[in-house]
Ligand binder design. Structure first.
Ligand SMILES: Nc1ccn([C@@H]2O[C@H](COP(=O)(O)OP(=O)(O)OP(=O)(O)O)[C@@H](O)[C@H]2O)c(=O)n1
Ligand SMILES: C[C@](O)(CO)[C@H](O)COP(=O)(O)O
Length: 232
């Protein structure tokens, strides 16, 4: 239990922006479901002792079969998700028994082992951490009619990824508070921030994409087929 690290991998989304019949987390990348690629990164990491996988209720059985087939023996539970990502994460958190938790999107298969380690080290120092990259484009705030309202200073803007790392007890409290207050966030850190938990960014890689739209699949195929050929 002391300094043990578990991970909740959420894969209960519908993938509406991808628009495929098959849910995007189960599409094949080099012959293997995307969710299996993601699970393998954490299965193979020495820091991680437990994995909780959150999926659609109708997908639990096939996920169980893949877990057997690919020998993913760190997966301690497969739980059905909720209607929003936040609900899915919450259900997963309730199954973990470790001191620390990483929350990771099932559709981010390109996270690197050294990034996982850096996230954990920073969380131990600060309280919590999120993997992120500085934004490369100029960002504008725009109103509903398309009128530009402002141009925030890019130097303070980061695009946030996963994993996001917390003390499990603190994140559970933050989730309970969000539910009580009816707060819905698009990431886990936003719940921690409103609970007063200090969060630090860890600079990651632009390759750690969330596979969201069809163009992301082209990138994913390219990256996976070039693995081991100079790609980190
Ligand atoms: N109710 C939900 C919604 C999302 N997720 C998971 O959260 C991650 C990030 O969500 P996103 O990529 O936006 O997935 P979807 O919600 O599936 O996509 P979309 O918004 O296009 O429908 C994904 O691994 C997704 O499966 C989840 O577990 N439960
Ligand atoms: C958690 C996340 O991946 C960080 O970028 C992202 O916020 C998930 O948001 P989505 O709207 O569910 O894609």
């Amino acid at each position: 239990m002391s300094n043990s690290v578990g991970v909740v991998i959420v894969a209960a989304g519908r993938g509406t922006r991808m628009g495929t019949v098959e849910n995007k987390q189960y599409l094949l990348l080099q012959g293997k479901p995307i969710i299996v690629h993601t699970l393998e990164v954490f299965q193979q990491h020495e820091l991680i002792s437990e994995i909780v996988l959150v999926t659609g209720k109708e997908d639990i059985e096939r996920c169980r079969e893949w877990i057997q087939l690919y020998k993913l023996d760190k997966v301690k539970a497969i739980v059905p998700g909720g209607s929003e990502r936040q609900h899915s994460v919450h259900k997963g958190l309730l199954k973990l028994t470790t001191q620390w938790v990483m929350v990771h999107d099932g559709v981010r298969p390109f996270v690197q082992p050294n990034e996982i380690e850096a996230c954990y080290e920073r969380a131990k120092q600060i309280g919590a951490s999120v993997l992120a990259v500085p934004v490369k484009d100029t960002i504008k705030q725009v109103d509903n009619e398309g009128k530009v309202l402002s141009t925030p200073d890019r130097r303070s803007l980061w695009a946030i990824q996963t994993p996001q790392t917390f003390r499990l007890s603190e994140l559970l409290d933050a989730y309970a508070a969000a539910e009580r207050d009816g707060f819905l966030g698009t990431d886990d850190s936003s719940l921690a921030e409103r609970a007063g938990i200090p969060v630090s960014v860890v600079e990651g890689s632009y390759r750690n994409i969330k596979i969201t739209t069809p163009d992301d699949l082209d990138f994913a195929e390219f990256t996976e087929s070039n693995r081991g050929e100079g790609q980190s």
